[in-house]
Design a protein around this ligand. Structure first.
Ligand code: ADP
Ligand code: MG
Length: 657
C-alpha cells in the first residue's frame, strides 16, 4: 500500500432536499481506502451505505467535503470527467444486476469497453475470457432472462471487470441471491481482491461483511466504527487465469476508431430498441412514411402535369399570338363584335415581326359520308394556318392560296374525322366527297390529331376561311387572327407592337391577344403554386409525424431510464447517451423516409398501370430532399428526448423503477 490512499474522503456530507429544508443522509464522513484493500461497508437499511458507495464510485457528488481519488480532487470535475473516472477505474456490481435485457451475456459484458474505445475483436475476446473465467463459458449468447440470478450476477461482475476496474464496488451483491450463488459471488470478490483489485462491498449482512479484511460501520449517515477484520478468510492467491489485474486496461483504438465503435453501438442499440417494439415503431414511422410519400408523390405529380400541359401548349405552335375580338375570354359580346376583319390580317401580315398570319373563322356542322354522320368543328383558315400551328399531314396535301381566295370546296380533315367517316372502307379518304352541312367538299388531306386542349375526341375539319365565311356564316368578320412571330423577334415585343398597331387601326382596343408565352408562364406559375401548396400540406403532415416521433422517443427514454443509468455507471459520456437516442430517432425517420419514397414510386406505378392520364415525374433532388428532410425531422424531434436522457442523473436513473 502506498502512502497516498487511493480513496480519501474528508468531512463528506450528502444532503437531499426534504420539504422546506434538507436532510443530511451522510455527515462528517472521513474515510481512507488504500489500493488493494477489501473493505465492507456495513449498516442497517437506510443508513446511507448506497449513498456513500455512489459517491465513492463518482456516480454521485458530495454536497460538501472533499473527495480525492488517487490524490486528485473530484469536486471540480464535470460529468464527462467523472464518466471517464468511472470508465477507467471503477466497476459497479448492483444488487439487481442491472443487465440490459436485449443483450446477450457477452453483449452486456463488453459495454464498458465500447465507451472506452476498445476494438471490437479485442472487446469480444476479453468479454469471452472473463465470462469463461467466471464459469459462464456455455452461457455467452444467453440473454439475462435465460440466466439464473447467480449467473446474471456473474455477468454483471464480468461487466464490472471489463475495463480493468481498479476498484470494484459491490452494493449488496448477494442480496437477491440464494445462499449458494451468494457464496460463489463472495468467493469471486475475494479472488479479485487477491489479484489486486480494491474491493468495496456494501452490505447489511454480518455474515457477508465478515468476508472483508476491514469493516466500516455506518449508522444514520455517520461512520460509527472502522476496524480491521482479522477473521477474514485468506484467499489463496489464485494464479490469475483472467489476467485482469486492476492496472491492466485493454489498449484502445484511435480516436476515430473509438468514435466509430460508439456510433456502431448507438446504431445497434437503436435497431434493437426498434425491434423490441416493432408495432410501436411502425406506427410511429407511418406518420413519416405518409408525409414523405405525399411530398414526393405530389411534387412528382405537379412536375408531370406541368410537363404535360407545356407539351400541349407547344402543340399550339411556338411563339404565336392569337388575336380575338372583345375584351377578354369572358366577354359575352365578343361574338357580336365584328371589328376584327380580313384587312386587319392582311395589314398585320405586312409587319416585319410577323412570319405568318392567318385569319380563322369557325362554326360547327354535320359531316356526312354515305350513311355515317358526325358533328364536327369546321375551321375556316388561311394557308399559313398549318405552318403557324405546326399541323402535320398524314396524307394528301393542304389547300393553296388560290383555293383560299376562291372559296374552293377542298377540305382537309383530321385523323379523328377520317376514322369516324371512313370507318367502313379501307380506301384512302383522299379524293372522296363528303357533305359538310349541305356543302359537298372534296377531301384533299388528312392531318395528325391535334394535341391541343380538349381536342382529343373532337372532329375537326379545315376549309378555306372564305368558304366558311360565305357558305356557312354569311359574314366576313373573323373569329381570330393567328400570327406567328418572326424567329428573331421577342414574343412580348410583338404582342405590344400588335396591340399598338390594331388599336390605332380600330380607334380603340376592342380585341385581346393570347400569347403562347404568356400561357406557358401562367401555367408554369399555376402548377408551381399548386405544387407548393400541396407540398406545404405535406410538410404539415411531416411535422405531425415528427411530433409522433418525439412522443415515442420520450416514451422510449422513460422506459429505458435504468438502461441509461447503467450505461452512465459503466462510463458512457453524456454525448454517448445523446447519440444513442438521436440515432434511434433519425433511424426511425430515415427508414420512414425510405418507405415513403418507395410508396410514392408505388403510387406512380399504380397510376401508370391503371392507365391514368396522371404522369409522375420523379426528380433526384426531391428524393434527396426527402431523405434530408426525414433525417432533419429525426434530429429536430429526437433532440429534446435525447437531450433529456443525456442530462439524467445516473443515481436517480439507476434507482428508477
Ligand atoms: P442504504 O443503502 O444504507 O439502505 P441509502 O444510501 O440508499 O441507504 O439511503 C440513505 C437515506 O437516504 C435513506 O433514508 C433514503 O431515504 C435517503 N435517500 C436516498 N436517496 C434519496 C433521494 N434521492 N432523495 C431523498 N432521500 C434519499
Ligand atoms: Mg442501499
Amino acid at each position: 500500500m502506498s502512502d497516498e490512499p487511493l480513496i480519501s474522503l474528508r468531512g463528506v456530507r450528502r444532503e437531499y432536499p426534504a420539504g422546506e429544508g434538507t436532510v443530511a443522509v451522510l455527515a462528517d464522513v472521513d474515510l481512507d481506502i488504500g489500493a488493494g484493500e477489501f473493505i465492507a461497508i456495513m449498516g442497517a437499511s437506510g443508513s446511507g451505505k448506497s449513498t456513500l458507495m455512489n459517491i465513492l464510485g463518482c456516480l454521485d457528488r458530495a454536497t460538501a467535503g472533499d473527495y480525492r481519488f488517487a490524490g486528485r480532487p473530484t469536486a471540480d470535475l464535470d460529468p464527462d470527467d467523472l464518466a471517464e473516472l468511472r470508465r477507467e477505474h471503477f466497476g459497479f456490481i448492483f444488487q439487481r444486476y442491472h443487465l440490459l435485457s436485449e443483450l446477450s451475456a457477452i453483449g452486456n459484458t463488453e459495454i464498458p469497453a465500447i465507451y472506452a474505445g476498445v476494438s471490437a475483436e479485442e472487446r469480444r475476446a476479453r468479454a469471452r475470457a472473463i465470462l469463461t473465467r467466471l464459469g459462464l463459458a456455455d452461457r455467452l449468447g444467453h440473454r439475462p432472462g435465460q440466466l439464473s440470478g447467480g449467473q446474471q450476477q456473474r455477468v454483471s461482475i464480468a461487466r464490472a471487470l471489463m475495463n480493468g476496474a481498479d476498484v470494484v464496488l459491490a452494493d449488496e451483491p448477494t442480496g437477491a441471491l440464494d445462499r449458494r450463488s451468494g457464496e460463489e459471488v463472495l468467493k469471486i470478490l475475494a479472488e479479485l481482491n487477491a489479484e489486486g483489485h480494491t474491493v468495496i462491498l456494501v452490505t447489511h449482512d454480518h455474515d457477508v461483511a465478515r468476508r472483508a479484511r476491514r469493516i466500516v460501520e455506518l449508522s444514520d449517515g455517520r461512520i460509527v466504527s472502522d476496524r480491521p477484520n482479522e477473521a477474514a478468510p485468506i484467499e489463496a492467491d489464485a494464479a490469475s487465469a483472467l489476467g485482469s489485474g486492476p492496472s491492466e486496461t485493454p489498449a484502445s483504438v484511435g480516436v476515430l476508431g473509438a468514435a466509430l465503435a460508439r456510433f456502431q453501438e448507438s446504431f445497434r442499440m437503436a435497431v434493437l430498441a426498434m425491434f423490441a417494439h416493432r408495432l410501436r415503431t411502425f406506427l410511429t414511422m407511418l406518420g413519416i412514411v405518409i408525409g414523405i410519400a405525399s411530398v414526393v408523390a405530389m411534387v412528382a405529380l405537379g412536375e408531370g402535369s406541368r410537363r404535360k400541359v407545356l407539351s400541349n401548349i407547344s402543340s399550339l405552335g411556338t411563339n404565336t399570338l392569337e388575336i380575338f375580338p372583345g375584351k377578354d375570354f369572358g366577354d359575352v359580346r365578343s361574338a357580336k363584335i365584328k371589328t376584327l376583319v380580313l384587312s386587319d390580317a392582311e395589314a398585320l401580315a405586312r409587319q416585319t415581326f410577323a412570319a405568318g398570319v392567318t385569319p380563322t373563322v369557325a362554326t360547327s356542322s354535320t359531316l356526312r359520308f354515305g350513311a355515317i354522320e358526325a358533328s364536327a368543328q369546321v375551321n375556316g383558315v388561311g394557308v399559313d394556318y398549318f405552318t403557324v400551328r405546326g399541323v402535320k399531314l398524314l396524307s394528301g396535301r393542304f389547300f393553296d392560296a388560290a383555293a383560299a381566295r376562291a372559296m374552293s370546296q377542298e377540305i382537309v380533315i383530321d385523323e379523328n374525322t377520317a376514322k369516324t367517316l371512313f370507318a367502313d372502307t379501307t380506301e384512302s379518304p383522299i379524293g372522296k366527297v363528303i357533305l359538310v352541312g349541305k356543302v359537298p367538299c372534296t377531301v384533299i388531306g388528312v392531318t395528325q390529331k391535334q394535341q391541343g386542349f380538349g381536342s382529343s375526341g373532337n372532329l375537326s375539319v379545315f376549309l378555306a376561311y372564305t368558304t366558311v365565311q360565305v357558305r356557312f356564316l354569311g359574314d366576313t368578320s373573323l373569329r381570330s387572327i393567328l400570327l406567328r412571330v418572326a424567329d428573331d423577334v421577342d414574343t412580348s415585343l410583338a404582342d405590344e407592337a400588335t396591340t399598338a398597331f390594331l388599336t390605332r387601326r380600330h380607334g380603340s382596343k376592342d380585341f385581346f391577344i393570347l400569347n403562347t408565352d404568356d400561357i406557358r408562364q401562367t401555367i408554369t406559375a399555376t402548377t408551381t403554386t399548386l405544387t407548393l401548396l400541396i407540398a406545404a400540406i405535406a410538410v404539415i403532415s411531416l411535422v405531425v409525424g415528427g411530433i409522433g416521433v418525439m412522443n415515442i422517443m420520450l416514451v422510449s427514454v422513460s422506459e429505458r431510464v435504468k438502461e441509461i443509468g447503467v450505461r452512465m455507471a459503466v462510463g458512457a459520456r453524456r454525448s454517448d447517451i445523446l447519440q444513442q437516442f438521436l440515432t434511434e430517432a433519425v433511424l426511425v425517420c430515415l427508414i420512414g423516409g425510405v418507405l415513403g419514397v418507395g410508396l410514392a414510386f408505388a403510387a406512380g406505378l399504380a397510376f401508370a398501370l391503371f392507365g391514368s392520364s396522371f404522369v409522375f415525374v420523379y426528380s433526384a433532388t426531391t428524393i434527396l430532399a426527402a431523405f434530408l428532410c426525414s433525417t432533419l425531422i429525426g434530429v429536430v424531434f429526437g433532440w429534446l428526448p435525447a437531450h433529456g436522457a443525456a442530462l439524467l442523473d445516473p443515481v436517480a436513473a439507476l434507482s428508477r423503477d
